[in-house]
Design a protein around this ligand. Structure first.
Ligand code: AGP
Length: 606
């Protein structure tokens, strides 16, 4: 995680760096800092807390420079305090780093023994000191980098300025994303290509092991051996979505409200592609799979878990589910004919990316479902599917989740069509029921007032339990994750049928229990679990459809009821009230909804 942004230009770049860091703040907001070259010397400004604190510092201690690097931090090693803020610097060099130097302790001991005086608790500072030693020995910056990089174990995207090397910024990448760009009399670097969209039209996504040198209007790219290579320029494609909250109090609220349009638009494209015989656009090589292994983390994992039902029931392909963070450790058996599906909003999540690389090394075809197209997964996977959510700013995934669900629902139908094992009537029926989703989601958004009143109560709870069966089970997990990350209230999701095998012991008088219970084949069983909760003093709130509401009314239970929807696609609709419950619990607790504490949107460390 962490975001880095840098520039070499003729004119002052500090305002653009601050804007760029603002665009990258989703990667971390524990501290922020700038390092610039002024008359051949390194000058820094660093502040604890979000970028706004750095902006405030710049009011009292202004900075203007044409060569500078900046950083917004998500703390891994060392508390989120000013002395740990990047850039880390010596008199000769300043470094911003995204990634983890795994062998930092040995390197630090070695450097300290040679007289280096560390000023932070970070792993990153070793990079500054290693470079300092090389520069002190007379190596020019690129040669110094060439000697230092092989000594680093772990991952890095680095931005570097060196005293005496005005108008030059150096960059290197291994394992963490880094893009470079040029425009007019400036050259730029950033952790994600989209952030460069404000300052340039073309960029190079550095590959692992590559280095770059930026000068005003010029970018040179090198292999680790310092062999210069012809960079592969691409247009900067932004995933759309103006960075503006509009009438909404937060980006998260805006993103929740964007869902009906996103789904409507995706549906229109899907229908047009099906009609034009372009079904493969929605599933890539998945349609030929004998077995699918789906790998993802967090909310994306719950999207994959929800979609397993569709891939098995509609596409009729068996699916194995794997957490990105466990995948390599487990080294699962990959049967002949397996196609891998990697699900990731950012396309950068380190654990999922590591799984993708492992799968490719095992010659398993890989399909990445991503929201960010200029991402490492999109670049490295054999095929890319788009989740079409547009840029998601809120750290908690909302619209990307339902867009992932839609993309996977569409993939299941596309596979079914391509395999030719469904009659036209069956396909029409699937499409007709899926087509009702956007309106039902619109109806679900109208439930905000009831969600707000339940959400406010959840904010005061010690713990909240979420239950669901079948396709609603991953939604229960997702609902609990959303509440945890947005409101910091402890929440756990369980398969409703598992309640009696242990979790029931958690229920006390007044424990809120959110039960995801659309009227599907599991409804009556889930209702029995609700009764078990009531018998122990728990206070269930049902989330379901009009049928759920009628049963809830009969039994005197509170219910949040969305418009009716075919039970197969119900998760796409039920997700919305769960998001709004968490959102309003967070508002009640006065949380920073768009930027929950300790988290970052793109998790680029394992
Ligand atoms: C979502 O609300 C979370 N912040 C988080 O679980 C996220 O889904 C996870 O880190 C995976 O990210 P990705 O989709 O970008 O791979």
């Amino acid at each position: 995680m962490c975001g880095i942004f840098g520039a070499s230009a003729v004119d002052n770049v500090i305002p653009q760096l601050m804007t760029g860091l603002g665009d990258l703040e989703y990667r971390g907001y524990d501290s922020a800092g700038l390092g610039a070259l002024k008359n051949g010397r390194i000058v820094r400004r660093r502040a604890q807390g979000p970028l706004a604190s750095l902006a405030q510092l710049l009011e009292t201690e202004p900075l203007s420079a044409g060569t500078a690097i900046g950083h917004t931090r998500w703390a891994t090693h060392g508390e989120p305090r000013r002395h740990n803020a990047h850039p880390h610097a010596t008199a000769r060099v300043a470094v911003v780093h995204n990634g983890i130097v795994e062998n930092h302790a040995e390197l630090r001991a070695e450097l300290e023994a040679k007289g280096a005086q560390f000023r932070s608790d970070t792993d990153s500072e070793v990079v500054a000191w290693l470079l300092d030693r090389e520069l002190a020995g007379g190596a020019p910056p690129l040669r110094a980098l060439r000697r230092v990089l092989p000594r680093l174990r772990g991952s890095y995207a680095l931005g570097i300025v060196c005293a005496g090397y005005d108008e030059r910024v150096f960059a290197a990448r291994r394992g963490s994303p880094l893009a470079v760009a040029r425009a007019g009399r400036a050259a730029w670097l950033a952790s994600d290509a989209e952030a460069l969209g404000r300052v340039a039209h073309e960029m190079v996504l550095l590959e692992d092991g590559q280095l770059a040198e930026l000068r005003p209007g010029k970018v040179r790219v090198f292999e680790e051996s310092l062999q210069e290579i012809e960079p592969c320029w691409r247009r900067i494609e932004t995933s759309g979505g103006v960075l503006d909250r509009g009438q909404h109090a937060t980006f998260t609220h805006k993103e929740i409200y964007e869902q009906p349009e996103i789904l409507e638009q995706a549906l229109a494209e899907f229908r047009a592609d099906l009609a034009a015989g372009r079904a493969a656009r929605w599933c890539g090589p998945l349609w030929r799979a004998k077995r699918i292994v789906a790998v993802a983390c967090g909310t994306s994992y719950y999207a994959a878990q929800t979609a397993r039902t569709w891939l098995e029931r509609v596409a009729q392909i068996p699916v194995d589910l794997e957490l990105g963070s466990e995948f390599q450790t487990r080294q699962p058996i990959l049967a002949e004919g397996t196609v891998a599906l990697l699900v990731s909003q950012s396309g950068e999540t380190a654990d999922t990316l590591a799984a993708l690389r492992y799968l490719r090394s095992r010659e398993v075809p890989t399909v990445a479902l991503v929201n960010v197209h200029a991402s490492t997964m999109a670049m490295e996977a054999d095929a890319v599917l788009s989740c079409r959510a547009g840029r998601e700013v809120g750290v908690a995934s909302t619209k990307a989740f339902t867009a992932q669900l839609f993309a996977l629902a569409a993939a299941s139908i596309a596979i079914r069509k391509l395999r030719g094992n469904a009659s036209p009537t069956e396909l029409d029926e699937l499409l007709a029921t899926l087509s009702r989703v956007p309106d039902a989601v619109r109806g679900a958004i109208e439930l905000e007032d009831s969600c707000a009143s339940v959400g406010r109560k959840l904010a005061k709870a010690q713990q909240v339990i979420y239950l669901g069966r079948g396709a609603s089970y991953p939604l229960a997990l997702e609902g609990a994750l959303k509440l945890k990350e947005l409101s910091y209230v402890h929440a756990e999701g369980f398969a409703a049928g598992e309640l009696k095998h242990g979790p029931l012991a958690l229920i006390e008088r007044g424990t809120p229990v959110i039960v995801v219970a659309p009227s599907d084949a599991t409804f009556n069983k889930t209702l029995s679990n609700v009764r078990e909760v009531i018998a122990r003093g728990g206070e269930p709130v049902l989330v379901g459809d009009p049928h759920t509401a009628s049963i809830a009314k009969r039994d005197g239970l509170p219910c949040i009821a969305t418009p009716a929807i075919d039970s197969l696609w119900a998760p796409l609709v039920m997700a919305v009230p769960l998001q709004m419950l968490a959102y309003h619990a967070a508002c009640e607790g006065d949380r920073d909804v768009d930027r929950p504490r300790n988290l970052a949107k793109s998790v680029t460390v394992e």
